[in-house]
Write a protein that binds this ligand. Structure first.
Ligand code: FEO
Length: 393
């Protein structure tokens, strides 16, 4: 690709990765991704904001050929999908220095073995001038890792937002053209990397709120030239109120747990509660993560394997614990053959979740009438609790 001009002397010089299907060897990327790097040409200095994933170094270096110098490489985030090509850029521009946050400095040295003398630290709120263009650094921790920051180009009102507001989308569109598609991808991204730090993300949003913004330029996915909708979406995701939504991730071996799930979905649906069920061995866990952003209740469905939960359910419980959604109620349903320790096991796996644990419903063998009655009682209890919680309309 060639550099694409965003505003006069401000260019996108990133790489589009159409084929990547997994991030961090965990997160499905159904639509690929992009690694956005930006070059700003001032009258006195030229700065590159971030690099690209090391697998795409050549795409970045070939675009840099269009520019005769580089003074500063601004690293907003030490993760390798943005920093991985920095060593090659520094080799090419022997006088260039890396500008980064104090915490990122150590991380870049550890991860990439960058020489310390080529790194300049900037403080939160500090400005640097490229001539007629001014960059202001804004620490925004935990928009993935603790060292992340944004940088604001004051004259052009562009926020280079790092992973904040990003979306894993491979597209030739420089700017968002389909808001619905981008919101879905950005929500998946928020759920997977920012939801555990929801309260800090709230603070970051407040910190950025006074900035006049014409463009948000994230480090993944298309840029926002009408940024209001994505800021509105983020405010919705980070606030404290969940929706009248139950999600049921489940796995079934011989059909007993599946029957229980199906019955509970019907019983909750009759009470006007939205329910989404996810058959764990077959789902894209990104879809489950998206639903966790809004859910008030999680019901995990699993049979007993020997005496514990099915490994797929254990993985789902671990994911719940890592992502720390704002769910208020959690419980377990499922079946067992002769004995089970699933409840103790699963509750022990979700210590990070500040939710009330409702009484589980466990059927011995194929569920009987009494088990379905217990599922009716559970549906009633969930409905009653949802009434009492101050849920989002
Ligand atoms: Fe896109 Fe956290 O790196």
């Amino acid at each position: 690709m060639k550099p694409r001009e965003i505003k006069k002397n401000v260019f996108w010089v990133g790489a589009i990765d159409w084929d990547r299907r997994l991030f961090d060897s965990l997160i499905p990327l159904p639509d690929g991704t992009s690694y956005n790097a930006y070059l700003i040409k001032g009258k006195e200095k030229v700065a590159l904001i971030d690099s690209v994933d090391p697998t795409m170094t050549e795409a970045l270096l070939s675009q840099l050929e269009s520019f005769d110098r580089l003074d500063w490489l601004i690293s907003l985030h030490a993760e390798q999908d943005h920093s991985g090509a920095i060593p090659e850029v520094l080799k090419k521009y022997e006088m260039a220095k890396v500008i980064t946050s104090s915490q990122a400095k150590g991380m870049l040295i550890d991860l990439l073995h960058l020489p310390e003398e080529r790194i300049i630290e900037v403080k939160d709120g500090e400005r640097i001038s490229l001539g007629e263009k001014t960059l202001r650094f804004l620490y925004t921790p935990w928009v993935h890792w603790p060292e992340t920051m944004c940088v604001y180009l004051e004259e052009e009102k562009i926020l280079f937002s790092c992973d904040f507001f990003g979306s894993h989308l491979a597209t030739t569109d420089l700017y968002v053209t389909d808001e619905g598609r981008v919101v879905e991808a950005a929500k998946r991204y928020y759920a997977e990397i920012m939801m555990p730090f929801r309260k800090i993300i709230q603070k970051n949003l407040e910190k950025l709120a006074p900035l006049p913004l014409e463009i948000i330029a994230p480090s993944h996915g298309p840029l926002y030239n009408k940024p209001e909708f994505i800021i509105r979406a983020y405010r919705d995701w980070v606030d404290d109120k969940p929706k009248n939504l139950v999600i049921i991730p489940y796995v079934s071996m011989h059909g007993s747990t599946a029957r229980m799930v199906s019955y509970l979905v019907g019983a909750l649906g009759e009470k006007g509660i939205e329910v989404r069920q996810f058959n764990l061995p077959e789902i894209d866990i990104g879809k489950l993560a998206i639903s966790l952003v809004d859910a008030a209740t999680v019901v995990l469905g699993t049979p007993t394997v020997h005496v514990g939960a099915h490994p797929a359910a254990i993985l789902a419980a671990s994911l719940l614990n890592i992502l720390r959604p704002k769910v208020k109620l959690v419980t377990l349903i499922g079946s067992y053959g002769w004995s089970t320790k699933m409840v103790e096991q699963i509750t022990g796996l979700i210590n990070n979740i500040k939710a009330e644990i409702l009484p589980p419903v466990l059927a011995k063998g194929t569920p009987r009438e009494a088990d379905f009655k217990a599922l009716d009682d559970l549906a009633n209890l969930i409905a009653q609790k949802h009434e009492q919680l101050n849920l989002k309309e």
